[in-house]
Design a protein around this ligand. Structure first.
Ligand code: GAR
Length: 189
């Protein structure tokens, strides 16, 4: 096995993907160490999860800065300090700007709850169900300046459970937690 990759996980919400990645690192199922959790929402539940897992937190509010560059410069300083090598977006609901893209070329990965390029952006599961699709899924991709664009690394299909958003979302999250680990292990080997 190669050495463990140092990763920073970016999240804005509940952080179930963050939790799954942290557990996979802990159990040795992911060849990585989470050196920093970055959030734009200091009140998000993911902060609680990171605290419990003893993972350092950078909570940076975009509205405290005049520009996106200034916001990302603060994050970049924390990333450099933590020696993070890869940026792993896990429900980070902001577009990544040039400051981070230039500092981490081809080293920023995202997970999205649809079979991209269908249903990018917010509420992908609701969008898919609204269109009445029977199969949706999960995509892991490299991040570029677009919204859920960038080269696709891995995808897995998930059947829609007719009329049941909650159960469909549950099935999608379960697949996310497995697929992210598998896709990252392939990248890190
Ligand atoms: C996940 O479903 C993730 O794929 C999605 O946000 C959710 C976060 O859940 N990301 C996007 O929609 C990115 N456009 P979590 O906070 O429980 O990990």
């Amino acid at each position: 096995m190669t050495r463990k990759m140092k990763i920073a996980v970016f999240a804005s919400g509940s952080g179930s993907n963050f939790g799954a990645l942290a557990e996979a690192c802990e159990k040795g199922e992911l060849n990585a160490e989470i050196v920093l959790m970055v959030t734009n929402k200091p009140e998000a539940f993911v902060v609680e999860r990171a605290r419990k897992a003893n993972i350092p937190i950078a909570a940076v509010r975009p509205k405290d800065y005049e520009t996106k560059e200034a916001y990302e410069e603060v994050i970049l300083a924390a990333l450099r300090e933590s020696e993070a090598e890869w940026l792993i977006l896990a429900g980070y609901m902001r577009l990544v700007g040039q400051t981070l893209l230039k500092a981490y070329p081809s080293k920023i990965i995202n997970i999205h709850p649809s079979l991209l390029p269908s249903f990018p952006g917010k509420d992908a599961i609701g969008q898919a169900m609204g269109h009445g699709v029977k199969v949706t899924g999960v995509t892991v991709h490299l991040v570029d300046e677009g919204m859920d664009t960038g080269p696709i690394l891995a995808q897995r299909a998930v059947d829609v459970i007719d009329g049941d958003v909650e159960k469909t979302a549950e099935a999608i999250h379960a697949v996310e937690h497995e697929l992210y680990k598998d896709a990252l292990n392939k990248l890190f080997c």
